[in-house]
Design a protein around this ligand. Structure first.
Ligand code: CA
Length: 229
């Protein structure tokens, strides 16, 4: 998942970015409202964290601009204590949630996960695709109650595929949402990760959980098991 952070307080932004990367998110960051607006329009981001008080452009204008131009990714706004008018304006212009500074990083991460999940149409932190179950909060994954041990990158790839189950997702779309830096995008790495996920999810090779659609990409598709068989 790729997150855009627009925050002009350098220390706060650096802490936030560091924490998000540690959680496995790809992060684009800026302290400039105008640059942030541009990133949101041009980059394939999954969610944005926007400080409302920015020197060159109010955060609420950025959100308004994105929404006018049909960018529907969820937006979490950050506001200074006591600026409740800003918060209301931000929400009315299309933000999805807010946090008042100072906040705990854990709370921000929990809200961000909830926004990403809801944007993909899931209302709970536990998502299920056939026998495959992922808890986005605890980061546990199991198949038919057998727990899987996944690396951070395997988890991120599987999370993206599960949130978009049944859709065909191209390799470039997957890598764009997993890495912010072009130089890290290597489709061979992705193929290796997909191969490892297939083995872990389906060691007996009966489910074919991740299909390769020739020339198009990957699709995660798993039917609910018939309990009688
Ligand atoms: Ca600020």
């Amino acid at each position: 998942m790729r997150i855009l952070v627009i925050e002009d307080e350098d220390t706060l932004r650096a802490q936030l970015v560091e924490r998000l990367r540690r959680e496995g998110y790809a992060v684009d960051e800026t302290g400039s409202g105008r640059e942030g607006e541009f990133f949101g329009l041009e980059y394939p981001i999954d969610a944005a964290i926007v400080d409302l008080g920015l020197p060159d452009m109010p955060g609420s204008n950025i959100i308004e601009s994105w929404r006018k131009q049909k960018r529907k990714f969820p937006v979490l706004i950050l506001t200074a204590r006591g600026r409740w008018e800003d918060k209301v304006a931000g929400l009315e212009l299309g933000a999805d949630d807010y946090l008042v500074k100072p906040f705990y990083h854990e709370e921000l991460l929990a809200r961000l996960r909830a926004l990403l999940r809801r944007a993909a149409g899931w209302s709970q932190s536990r998502i299920e695709v056939g026998p495959l179950v992922m808890d986005l909060g605890t980061k546990r994954v199991s198949v038919d109650e057998r727990e899987l041990e996944l690396t951070a990158l395997e988890f991120k790839v599987l999370e993206f595929l599960m949130l978009r189950a049944d859709d065909v997702i191209s390799k470039s779309e997957l890598t764009e949402h997993l890495y912010e830096d072009d130089s890290e995008r290597d489709s061979n790495v992705l193929e290796v990760i997909i191969g490892r996920l297939r083995k872990k999810i389906d060691p007996d090779r009966i489910l074919n959980p991740i299909e390769t659609i020739r020339g198009q990409g990957y699709r995660l598709r798993l039917a609910k098991r018939d309990p009688s068989t």
